[in-house]
Ligand binder design. Structure first.
Ligand SMILES: [Zn+2]
Length: 360
């Protein structure tokens, strides 16, 4: 069997389903792709996937340990009520932009398999007053699965508690290296993680204790990463995730100063409104990553994420405090069904992480 390319990995991971708290299918894909690339494997009680690659120091001394975290989960929804009419009421899981949920195709994951549905609303012809200029909250939406009664919905297997995901199939745009998909945040991170594991395996020169971790429940409070970091207590942690690309007309670039196609984003700082979580990356780590990028001619950018957080925001205060930083690839339209990433940025992230691991 020929090895999948980075692009093929991205497509495979993006099209798997793994809504926060229900990461099973995406975690299975990760397990299959990680085969043969690690020494020990552990799945913890909440579903974090830990792949341990032992350091080959050859001596008695404890080698350095590094945790690399990439979250498995994606934004999604859950069915709450099936109405007598057969329409489904639902609520969001994770930080959605509610403007972007209307007129979407959704997949309802029932005990009998996937049921297709759409979200819709009244046509513009019937809109009143300011309805055409205001967004519709999820609370007022419903999923139409084509049936006419609660009983018909139940016959299809639909039940309250069913997970719902965006149904859009991702793809590369017009022969470019730009990929658009429902969960590039953060399946692109998982693809980079597998790429790094492959390269380390091929070179067989790793001297540190590496824990490559697919984390769960990042999209609502970065919850999965904390217990796994407490368990492993690594010396250093690096988070692989998206960063917000500020290179589109509606964004003031200084609010998100990274561009697609300009290389790996080296994290300095991240914070988000209304949350006590965040991360100020210790300078010794961000400057080490910059030095390594420059020494290896890897394109990089300075990353200050001022409207979002990653698993680093909980890992940095795990155990007795962990030296934690981030390597990211810029992404447009994050937290929507059409997020974009570029393969060349992802490759730069893999190059930088491999070079950093070798430097430890
Ligand atoms: Zn993410």
């Amino acid at each position: 069997m020929t090895e999948k390319s980075l692009g093929e990995l991205l497509e495979l991971f993006d099209n798997a389903v793994g809504v926060s708290g229900y990461e099973g299918e995406a975690a299975q894909v990760l397990f299959a792709e990680a085969r043969g690339l690690y020494d020990d494997y552990l799945e913890d009680a909440i579903g974090n996937q830990v792949y341990h690659i032992k350091g080959k120091s050859g001596g008695e001394a404890k080698t350095k340990s590094l945790l690399v975290a990439a979250h498995i989960d994606e934004l999604g929804f859950m069915v709450s009520v099936i109405e007598e009419s057969g329409l489904l009421r639902f609520f969001p899981i994770g930080f959605h932009d509610e403007r972007l949920i209307i007129n979407q195709e959704l997949a309802v994951h029932t005990k009998n398999g996937v049921v297709c549905g759409v979200t819709g609303t009244k046509p513009p012809h019937l809109a009143k007053n300011d309805e055409l200029t205001t967004f519709i909250p999820v609370h007022d939406m419903f999923i139409d699965i084509g049936v006419s009664s609660k009983e018909e919905a139940a016959k299809l297997g639909v039940a309250p508690g069913d997970i719902v995901s965006f149904a859009r199939r991702g793809h590369f745009l017009n022969g470019t290296c730009v990929y658009s998909g429902k969960s590039v945040d953060n399946r692109a991170g998982l693809a980079v993680m597998i790429e790094v594991m492959r390269r380390l395996k091929k070179e067989n020169s790793n001297t540190i204790d590496l824990y490559m971790v697919g984390t769960v429940q990042e999209e609502y409070g970065c919850r999965g990463a904390l217990p796994v970091a407490n368990r492993i207590k690594p010396d250093i942690a690096i988070v692989l995730d998206v960063s917000i690309a500020g290179d589109i007309p509606c964004i003031d670039f200084q609010a998100a100063p990274v561009k697609m196609g300009a290389g790996a984003c080296i994290k300095f700082y991240e914070s988000t409104f209304g949350s006590p979580l965040g991360m100020a990356v210790p300078q010794k780590l961000s400057s080490a990553l910059i030095r390594i990028a420059e020494e290896n001619n890897i394109p990089y950018q300075h990353d200050f994420m001022l409207g979002g957080i990653t698993d680093g925001s909980t890992i940095n205060f795990a155990a007795y405090g962990i030296l934690c930083g981030g390597i990211s690839f810029p992404s447009r339209y994050i937290h929507s069904a059409v997020g974009l990433v570029r393969l060349d940025d992802m490759r730069a992230c893999a190059d930088l992480l491999v070079a950093y691991i070798k430097s430890l």
